[in-house]
Design a protein around this ligand. Structure first.
Ligand code: APR
Ligand code: PHB
Length: 403
């Protein structure tokens, strides 16, 4: 068996693991990342790309912001269209100056991978049989297979950044964790194309045919989504069928402007709300998708991962700089408070904008329910107080400081 040693072992080279690793390295805290797949495979995943200010600040602090700052686009607002009638949520005005940045998660991941390579920091790709051991002791260690050999990695702390399907969360005994989950009765079919976006701001559309979202990656690359039944597969959706359906769900003037073209990626993602409590067990911390999932409607997935990273980074900096190990117990409560805000907002936005089909027991009840929904939309879209609720959550709740 080969032996390795580090201060913080990080499982997973997604945005959470890479960002945490970069920040810790800046503080002189040694870390090694173990990743199950290849770097190219990680970069092949198409994910969202709306960054809150807190995320942007963190990437700057990590010293990896150069491309994001030149190629990312600041968005001062976005649109919500209901049955073709569009309302602009003016983020900047409603939040007294806050905005978001549009820059793809894939690009952030690429920038972080390059920075890590340049700094000569270790990522072991294609590790298998990763097992977390003695995480309740002060000498945890990880065992794994790498390039045909068995390894043991000794460390002080473990950051479980290995996504929803990773091993870290499952290391916490079942009777020591509670998993809250809601699975939604539809999915999002996403299409990426090298076509100019239909608008320079995002358009979230509620229509009688279901939800749609017009998003983008750059001035020449668009990302669109359609709400589809979970029983659908991408084979059911030719490019032509996708574009036709999108046109029917967009407001008319946007549909007229829409430039279509061949897809370069198409996939269906289920929608899920999920939170594991607590996010900490001994010297193991769950970060990002390993501990929680949101439906994508509020653009919160990556941003909640970033606030976890920020909290853990502050804790580990204090541990190694001041020798204060008591502060580690704050992680779960601080992270979860913000996560539940993001969970609630994402669930609520999803409820408000998607078609769930009727569960009413009579026509009258269905009609009453429609009135409730109309009134909710009217309040949140057509009154300033309502718009402020959406805007303040969309730009993100503030990060909490350690006690
Ligand atoms: N060993 C090592 N690595 C693993 C293991 C394992 N057993 N299991 C999973 N991984 C890796 C995955 O291959 C993946 O690269 O962990 C990484 C987790 O990355 P993500 O799933 O991207 O999770 P995270 O970094 O927390 O990013 C959160 O991703 O899904 C979006 O909405 C989410 O934008 C948010 C972001
Ligand atoms: C995306 O661009 O992929 C995207 C943007 C906003 C969302 C979800 C996805 O709410």
């Amino acid at each position: 068996m080969k032996h390795l040693k580090t201060q913080v072992a990080i499982i997973g080279a997604g945005p959470s693991g890479l960002l945490l690793g970069q920040l810790l390295a800046k503080q002189g805290i040694d870390n090694i990342i173990l990743e199950r797949v290849t770097g190219d495979y990680v970069l092949g995943r198409i994910r969202a790309g709306i960054l809150e200010q807190g995320f942007v600040d963190l990437v700057r602090e990590a010293g990896v912001a150069q491309r994001m700052d030149t190629e990312g686009h600041v968005h001062d607002g976005f649109e919500i269209a209901v049955n073709g009638e569009s309302t602009r949520i003016d983020l900047k005005q409603l939040t007294q100056g806050k905005t978001v940045v549009c820059y793809g998660q894939t690009e952030i991941t690429r920038d972080l991978m390059e920075a890590r390579e340049q700094a000569d920091l270790q990522i072991l790709y294609e590790t298998s049989e990763v097992k977390l051991n003695e995480v309740k002791s002060d000498k945890p260690f990880i065992t794994f297979e790498y390039q045909g050999e068995t390894y043991r990695l000794d460390c002080d702390y473990i950051a479980g950044c290995d996504g929803f399907h990773g091993v870290s969360r499952k290391t916490i005994p079942e009777d020591k964790r509670t998993e809250h989950e809601r699975v939604y009765p539809f999915g999002w079919l996403g299409l990426l194309s090298d076509t100019p976006p239909v608008s320079d701001e995002l358009i979230y559309c509620k229509s009688e045919r279901g939800f749609a979202l017009a998003s983008m990656r750059s001035e020449t690359r668009s990302r669109y989504y359609l709400q589809v039944p979970l029983s659908d597969s991408t084979d059911d959706w030719s490019d032509d069928k996708f574009w036709d359906e999108l046109k029917k769900r967009l407001p008319a003037e946007a549909a007229e402007r829409l430039v279509t073209g061949p897809s370069i990626e198409k996939s269906i993602a289920p929608l899920r709300s999920f939170v594991c409590e607590p996010l900490q067990y001994g010297r193991l911390f769950l970060v990002g998708d390993a501990g929680h999932i949101v439906p994508p409607t509020g653009a919160k997935g990556l941003n909640l991962a970033a606030s976890d990273v920020s909290t853990l980074y502050k804790i580990l900096t204090r541990v190694y700089r001041d020798g204060d190990t008591d502060c580690i117990d704050q992680y779960s409560a601080i992270a979860l408070r913000r996560i539940w805000h993001g969970e609630r907002f994402s669930w609520w936005m999803s409820n408000m904008l998607h078609d769930y089909g009727s569960t009413a027991v009579s026509d009258m009840e269905a009609e009453t329910f429609d009135r409730f929904m109309d009134s909710e939309l009217d309040y949140y879209l057509h009154h300033e107080e309502g718009q402020k609720v959406i805007a303040n959550q969309y730009v993100g709740m503030p990060y909490e400081e350690l006690r």
